[in-house]
Design a protein around this ligand. Sequence first.
Ligand code: CS2
Length: 454
Amino acid sequence: MAMTVPATRLGRATLSRLPEQSRPAVRPGEARSGVLHFGLGAFHRAHQAVFIEAAMAARGGDWGIVAVAPRSRDVLEALRAQDHLYSVVTLDASAERSRVVGAVNGSVHAASDPGAVVALLADPAIRVVTLTVTEKAYAPDAAVPRLLVDGLIARARADTGPITLLSCDNLPSNGVALGNLLSGMIPAELRDWYDVSVRCPSSMVDRIVPATTAATLAAAERCLGARDLAAVAAEPFNQWVIEDSFAGATPDWAAGGAVLTDDVTPWEHLKLRALNGVHSALAYLGALAGCDSIADALALPGMADLLRRYVDTEVTASMTPPDGVTVAGYGAAALERFANASLGHRCLQVAMDGSQKLPQRVLSVLNTVAEPALATLIVAAWARFAEGTGDAGQALPLDDPRAAEVRADLSTEALFGPGGVLHVPDPAHRRMIEAWRTALATHGAVDLVRTAVR
Ligand code: CS2
C-alpha cells in the first residue's frame, strides 16, 4: 500500500533541506532585535519584513523584528511553531516560487501581554517601530495607540534613547496622522522629550498581498518541500517610499531596496488615487457583477477602458505626481498588476472597510475636480454594494466598522450629505451619485460598465 509521508514542518532545523533558492537571505536569529512591528498580517510579512531582511543582508545591523499581534493569535502560533520562519510565495503567470524570510526573531501577543510590549518599547535595542494596523486603528480609543503611548512613557522614564515610529498604512500623510494622534495623548511633562526623541516619518507602501488560502499553503509546500502554515502569497512588485526623517539609527533602508525622499506626499496621493481607488472600483463593481476576483472584474468588457479613462482624466486633474512619473503611466502599470489572475485577490477582501478607505482613495478626487463623472460612479457602486445584494441577487457582506450607521439610512443624502459617512459637499455631485445608483439598479454593473465610456 502506498504511504504518503507527511512533509516536515518549516523551522530552523529543516532550513538546510530546503532548495537553495528558497533559503533566507540572512541567518535567522543572528542579528539581535531592533525593530518592533505592530500588526502581524500577511502584508507585513510580504513587505516590511522582506525589505528589512534585504537591508540586513546587504549591510548587516541588529534589525531583527519582534512582531506584535494586537489581537488574533493564529499567525503568532503558526510562526512560533516554526521558529518565526515563514515563506513568501511570489505569484505571476510564469512561475511559482517561494523564499523563506529570516528577519523575524520573536513575537508578542499584545492583548494578553501588554506589559511585554511596553517593556520592548522601553528597550534601548529597539530603535524602530513599524505599523500595519489598518486605517481604522488611527484613533485615540484604539488599542495600539494607547499601547504605544504607554511604551513611550516607559522609554522616556528609562531614558533609553530616540525611537522612530514608521506608519505603513494606506493613509495620506500616515506619519503626520500617527504623530498627531500620539502627541495629543502624551502627558504634558514628557512633551519636550517626545519632541526631541520621537519621529514619525510618512511612508508609501505598495505590494498586492491577498489573504492566505489553502492554495497558498499548498504552493509553499510544493516550493519548499516542507509545510509552512504561516506562508503568504504576493505579487512580484514591491515598493516602499519612506520620508527621510528618523529619530536615531535605522536599518539601511536604501540598501534594502526602499526609496528615501524628503516628501512622500505626491507618492501617497498617486498610489491612493491611481492604484487603491481603482482597486476599490474593481472591488465594488466586480462584486455587484458577481466576479470573485479583482482580475475577473478587470476582464469585464469595458472595465479596463473605464478605469483608464478615470485615471487619465479625473485622477490626473486632481493631483501633481512625483517628478519623473505620470499619473497615466502609473495607472496603466497598476492595471497590469491587477490583471495578475494567479493572485486570486478577492473583490470582497478589497471591498472591506470602504468607509475608512474611500475618503483618501476616491473622495480626494471627487471633491477636487469639477466634473467627477466616474469618481461618482465608484462611490455609487460602493453605496449599491452597501445595500447588500448583487445584480444576480447574491448576498454581499458589508464588513465595515461603520456598517450599522451606513445601513441605518442608505439614501444618497444620508450617506453623502452633511454628516454622512462619506461627505460629498456639492449637491450637484450628490445628484450625479444618485443618477449612477439608479443606472446601476436598472442595468446592472456588467451592462453599465460595458457602455459607460462609449
Ligand atoms: C487594497 C490594498 O485591500 C485593499 O484595499 O487596495 O490592500 C492594496 O492591495 C495594496 O495597498 C497594494 O499596495
